[in-house]
Design a protein around this ligand. Structure first.
Ligand SMILES: [Zn+2]
Length: 429
């Protein structure tokens, strides 16, 4: 129960408007029932407590925001338009993880994981008592099995780089994977510390810059967990998942940030899909040798600037005087977006800690922006695997040279003369 306020009747509505609107912006003065406590980082899930971000509960939410990330807005639409009952509770029969992941010691370190719920896939198991008592506690992580297949893997088999083994990699190119979907769950004190700002500054920024979307960010300092309305991530695991968390297990890993144009549609202005495919190839190799391959796919389109900004930048790059060149690659992004990048890799290593990874034997990335947070979070990196030169599309040379000049892992940093040369296609070519 929470504070209620009357809302005016709007004429010409098809359905009668509800009498009152539920406000959760302040703790209820009339209701003695308290939200369930959360002790973030407690090793025992019973002590850690469940994340309650649903509205139909015996004692209210203990988190700001709600489930499903950006899709929460579609759920709101479905309820507003009468297609989904507000009180619908999911039937979670047979939805348990297809593979057991964790718990790992990292789960009990409140600073190692701050942007996802390590128990998010095990809610039905570890919070069974609370669920039986009527709490609507939902998973924020789901683990399933799949086969994937990409033309690049066929090419790798044809070129003799990959050899089908009939299990992990079938003769028809099918690859067996375990895949994990993760919704963001932010523990605000920990997130603030990652960015070296105060929790108050973080809460204020999130509140103001979302147009005041979540008043509890500023009115409920007692609620420390926030489920932001943003995209999450998918993890593709290759090989025997039960070997995760063991010292002797070799890990190959690529952390990939979404680039829909390249990843799905094969656009050639960047190296995203070729590098992703190469990462998968390395993961399969490692899995075939008894290790585990890990592809983390983050929904951070266009360096988390979004696709509209990205396409505007493409136009600006190709229309500028002297053409598309590495020298001005980052400037053009900064002109439009005000910054070069908003992916904030500070939160990225969380998923690696969730998987119990303490060492990456082969990191398939040249990015210093990814390497540094991984290493400074305590994960050792043995080898960094660059993208093979033959996989870089001609139009993507601009991006590759600009990144190498800016600190990308490379044997040879391009000089000023090299960066001045226009290498990208013109806009209408
Ligand atoms: Zn791309």
């Amino acid at each position: 129960m929470t504070t209620t306020t009357d809302i005016p009747n709007i004429p010409n509505e098809k359905k009668p408007a509800p009498k009152s609107i539920v406000l959760t912006s302040h703790p209820s003065k009339t209701d003695s029932r308290k939200p369930l406590p959360i002790d973030w980082g407690a090793a025992d899930p019973g002590l850690r407590g469940p994340i309650v971000a649903t509205l139909q509960n015996p004692g209210g939410k203990n988190a700001v925001g709600t489930h499903s990330g950006a899709y929460s807005l579609y759920r709101a639409l479905a309820i507003a338009s009468g297609q989904l009952k507000a009180e619908h509770k999911p039937d979670l029969t047979n939805t348990a993880p297809a593979e057991r992941i964790g718990p790992f010691p990292q789960w009990a370190d409140p600073e190692k994981i701050v942007s996802m719920d390590p128990w998010g896939h095990m809610t039905s198991e570890v919070f069974a008592r609370q669920i039986a008592a009527g709490w609507d506690i939902r998973p924020t992580v789901a683990v399933t099995k799949a086969h994937i297949n990409m033309p690049e893997l066929h090419q790798a088999v044809q070129a003799g780089r990959l050899v089908p083994d009939g299990d992990i990699l079938a003769a028809n190119g099918d690859v067996k994977v375990t895949k994990v979907a993760v919704e963001p769950v932010w523990w605000l004190p920990g997130v603030a510390r990652r960015f070296k700002i105060s929790e108050t500054e973080l809460r204020r920024g999130l509140f103001e810059q979302t147009g005041g979307m979540f008043p509890e960010l500023v009115t409920r300092p007692d609620l420390k967990v926030f489920l932001p309305p943003i995209g999450g991530m998918t993890v593709y695991l290759f090989g025997d998942v039960s070997r995760l968390g063991k010292k002797e297990t070799r890990i190959a890993c690529r952390v990939h940030d979404e680039c829909n144009g390249s990843d799905v549609f094969g656009s050639d202005i960047c190296t995203c899909r070729p590098y992703l495919a190469h990462g998968i190839e390395v993961c399969i190799e490692e899995a075939q040798k008894g290790g585990v391959g890990v592809i983390v796919y983050n929904r951070k389109e266009g360096r988390a600037l979004g696709e509209v900004t990205k396409f505007l930048v493409y136009n600006a790059r190709k229309r500028q005087e002297a053409g598309d060149r590495a020298e001005t690659y980052f400037q053009r992004t900064e002109c439009v977006a005000g910054v070069q990048d908003m992916r904030f890799q500070e939160l990225m290593p969380d998923i690696l800690h969730w998987l119990g990874i303490a060492r990456i034997d082969r990191l398939v990335s040249m990015s210093n922006m990814k390497y540094e947070p991984i290493v400074s979070s305590g994960i050792a990196v043995v080898e960094r695997v660059p993208i093979p030169d033959a996989l870089i599309p001609a139009d993507a040379r601009v991006e590759m040279d600009a990144k190498k000049a800016a600190g990308y892992f490379t044997e040879k940093v391009p000089d000023a003369e090299e960066l001045k040369q226009a290498k990208g296609r013109g806009l209408t070519e």
